[in-house]
Write a protein that binds this ligand. Structure first.
Ligand code: HSE
Length: 447
């Protein structure tokens, strides 16, 4: 493997070198070390000056041993804050994750006039406005391509390539772990827990995988997408969010019969009058839609712009090497900015707008509903009658028997468009009757 020392001995058009300090050497951090060392030659050529990893900090000595084995010239530290104090560091890469300590670390780096690259979507979704303001005040760059959809350059595309267009909607699969789990359940009949374990072993999942399967991770990413696409200042807690834990293998099978796949979706749409439709939930996606064929840990983002029409990006949204490549891209961009003498190209959050998030009860959508009912005469008529009472019209319906329970049946149906509040009211009325045997499954259809 080529080391940073070799890079430093090359000749470059620019005399300065750009020095990087890495905070956090877990799955992604180790990928960043490998990328910066293995690709030192091409990175240097593309920047016009060497980009050198000078220091790595991690509390776990075993992780530092792995770095030492790759390049003994890199300073190894157990305290990430030491990196922000070093005179020989120009760019601090924050990969420690979490919010409180990471917040202090990024602030310390910016206050020390160091540029920052982070993959921390939770931090930016919760505290981004203050951190971008601090970066600007200090004349520093704060880059975060790796925070959303791993290797897919979704931040750059929205922030730069499509900056001249008015974005109408962004729909995507932006959590690899959830997509991996649903894909394994669909393709191999895997149990939820086994598929999650495999995703963790492959390095896709967050340190706390609850964030993946409950939709929290996708909510963080969607808040960042909404900020870039619509200038929205929205906290993840304001985004209606549901995880994939309640998706049953039966739902995947019924969906397929109806011509749909179930995918973990994040939706951001600019409705009229500055109302935003933002939501994260599993969704039935027609098999004719490209999103239905984004399998495994792959992510995909479909963007609809006023002028550009539809764009579709897909790629690896999680894992060490893809995510590390996005970190390296940010380092290269900042290095170019620095060598060009600035000014920094920190993006500007638009001033606060009076935008509202549509309450989920007001959503107009088609729905997949699966009822567990007694297998008795009159039940189907009563059920469709109750739906009809709330103005909910059935589009397609199948009925079969649930495995095991004699005397019960499953009724799975797709509705025509309906207001979600009305659907929920109707389900409450249906569940209060004597003929339901378990809570009803509701999954939104996105098409
Ligand atoms: N846990 C995340 C995922 C990693 O599964 O997509 C990338 O943010």
């Amino acid at each position: 493997m080529e080391s940073a020392t070799v890079t430093a001995s090359r000749r470059y058009p620019l005399e300065r070198e750009i020095r990087v300090g890495l905070c956090g050497c877990g799955v992604i951090g180790e990928g960043v070390v490998t990328t910066l060392l293995r690709h030192a030659d091409i990175i240097g050529e593309r920047v016009g000056a060497p980009v050198r990893l000078v220091a790595v900090a991690d509390k776990d000595p075993a992780r530092l041993d792995i770095v030492r084995a790759q390049d003994p010239n890199i300073a190894l530290l157990d305290d990430a804050f030491e990196i922000t104090k070093r005179d020989d560091v120009d760019i601090v890469v924050e990969l420690i994750g979490g919010i409180e300590v990471a917040d202090r670390l990024v602030r310390a780096a910016l206050d020390a006039k160091k540029h920052v690259v982070t993959a921390n979507k939770a931090l930016l979704a919760e505290r981004g406005a203050a951190l971008f303001a601090l970066a600007k005040a200090n004349g520093c760059d704060l880059y975060f391509e790796a925070a959303v959809a791993g290797a897919i350059p979704v931040i750059r595309v929205i922030r730069e390539s499509l900056a001249g267009d008015r974005i109408r909607s962004v729909r995507g699969i932006i959590n690899g772990t959830s997509n991996y789990i649903l894909s394994r359940m669909a393709n191999e009949g895997a149990a939820f827990a086994n598929a999650l374990k495999a995703a963790q072993e492959a390095g896709f999942a967050e340190a706390d995988p609850t964030l993946d399967v409950t939709g929290g991770d996708a909510g963080h990413k969607l808040a960042l997408i909404a900020a870039l696409a619509f200038g929205a200042r929205v906290l993840p807690s304001e985004i209606p969010t549901e995880g994939i834990e309640e998706v049953d293998p039966r739902d995947i099978q019924y969906a397929r019969k109806f011509g749909y796949a179930i995918r973990p979706l994040a939706v951001a749409e600019h409705l009229e009058d500055d109302v935003l439709d933002l939501r994260v939930h599993p969704a039935l996606v027609p098999l004719t839609d490209s999103l239905a064929h984004v399998d495994g840990a792959l992510n995909a983002v479909a963007i609809q712009g006023e002028m550009v029409g539809p764009s579709f990006l897909s790629g690896l949204g999680a894992g060490a090497s893809p995510t590390a490549t996005s970190v390296a891209g940010d380092i290269i961009d900042i290095a170019r900015n620095s060598l060009a003498g600035g000014p920094v190209r920190t993006w500007h959050l638009p001033s606060e707008r009076d935008q509202k998030i549509q309450p989920i009860a007001d959503l107009s959508s088609r729905y997949y509903l699966r009822f567990s009912v007694r297998d008795q005469s009159g039940v189907l008529a009563a059920l469709s009658g109750k739906l009809g009472d709330s103005g909910i019209s059935i589009d397609q319906l199948v009925q079969d028997h649930e495995g095991g329970d004699a005397g019960t049946a499953s009724i799975a149906l797709l509705t025509h468009h309906a207001r979600e509040g009305d659907v929920r009211d109707s389900l409450r009325a249906i569940e209060s009757t004597h003929f339901t045997t378990a809570p009803t499954q509701l999954i939104r259809i996105v098409e």
